[in-house]
Design a protein around this ligand. Structure first.
Ligand code: MLT
Length: 231
């Protein structure tokens, strides 16, 4: 599913869904859960996120809109805010421009997991073990297609394609894009609009961080509306 706008074409309850928002929501979620966050609660709206403080004053509240931390929140969506020191043993409530919206729209799926370059191979190995139909949901940008999420979907397809999966045309296109960029993904993704956006905000370091492959092993999965480490 190359954009959340196309999710209506799929009956998500028939699929194991993988949410993809490479810059930066799903990369930060993978990093935070790998670093021992007890849970990350994804919410669609800023107000909803704020309301959790009343519910439990120990929760950390994280909100990002258009790449920036929303005023009044503990932090936003930078992976550097999800280190062991900051999140270990904590519950984070998170809202982002696109990633948590895609999650919200997919919550009725058979299972929802979180994918990023950080956990690419552990994620694919787990998917291979399931023998289920898989829907890779690219969060994109404001309901539109983006290159980085699609290229990552192609990287997942690459690992699954020798494993007897039948790919549909969007998956084939994503995999073709991965072939175009795979020799230097960082260089290829320099042309993306979100890289430009993050560069303008002076946070290029986040881009490089999110393109590291297999530096984490956790697979965050949605359980009772919370993202937790798959055990
Ligand atoms: C999002 O969910 O829209 C993104 O992760 C945006 C970002 O924080 O870079």
């Amino acid at each position: 599913c190359l954009s959340p706008a196309l999710l209506g074409l799929y009956d998500v309850k028939d699929y194991v869904v993988v949410i993809i928002d490479i810059f930066r929501a799903t990369s930060s979620i993978c990093y935070g859960i790998d670093n021992g966050a007890e849970a990350i609660i994804p919410v669609a709206e800023v107000e909803e996120c704020l309301a959790y403080k009343e519910f439990n004053p120990d929760y950390l509240l994280a909100a990002e809109r258009n790449g920036e931390v929303v005023e009044g929140f503990d932090f936003g969506n930078s992976p550097f805010s999800y280190t062991t020191e900051k999140v270990s043993g904590k519950t984070v409530v998170l809202t982002t421009t696109n990633g948590t919206q895609a999650l919200h729209l997919s919550r009725a799926a058979k299972k929802v997991a979180i994918g990023s370059f950080l956990n690419l191979t552990p994620l694919c190995n787990w998917l291979k073990s399931l023998n289920e139909d898989i829907l890779l949901v690219c969060a994109g940008w404001k309901n539109n297609f983006n290159l980085e999420d699609t290229l990552f979907a192609g990287a997942v397809a690459e690992q699954l394609k020798d494993f007897d999966y039948k790919m549909d045309d969007p998956a084939i296109a994503a995999n073709d894009l991965f072939q175009l960029g795979k020799n230097d993904i960082a260089q290829y993704l320099k042309k993306t609009s979100h890289s430009e956006r993050l560069k303008k905000l002076g946070i290029e370091a986040d881009i490089a961080f999110c393109l590291q492959t297999d530096i984490t092993t956790a697979i965050p999965v949605l359980t009772d509306e919370k993202l937790v480490r798959l055990r």
